[in-house]
Write a protein of this length. Structure first.
Length: 93
């Protein structure tokens, strides 16, 4: 494994740990982005995701669920996460 691949794997693991917020809703949204988007995300998008994880849980939930506008620097990553929070994105039973 190259140093870059090891560093990316370590980074992904650390982000996955930070995605565990204590509420299932936030965990699913954040871990979902990590699974779907991390590999293809630019360095800037990964940095924005890491910055998003710095927000306290109530502010993070408000941003992701649309109750509060995200900062401009976080808007793109929030927009990528937000469709998973839409009721139409939920699988039908």
């Amino acid at each position: 494994m190259t140093d870059a691949a090891m560093s990316e794997g370590e980074s992904r693991s650390r982000l996955a740990w930070r995605c565990r917020r204590g509420t299932q809703e936030l965990d699913l949204l954040l871990l979902g982005w990590l699974a779907r988007c991390f590999e293809s995300a630019s360095t800037q998008e990964r940095a924005a995701f890491a910055a998003l994880l710095e927000l306290p849980d109530p502010e993070l939930a408000d941003c992701l669920l649309g109750a509060r506008a995200a900062d401009a620097s976080l808007a793109a990553v929030v927009a990528a996460i937000r469709p998973a929070a839409e009721p139409s994105a939920a699988p039908s039973i």
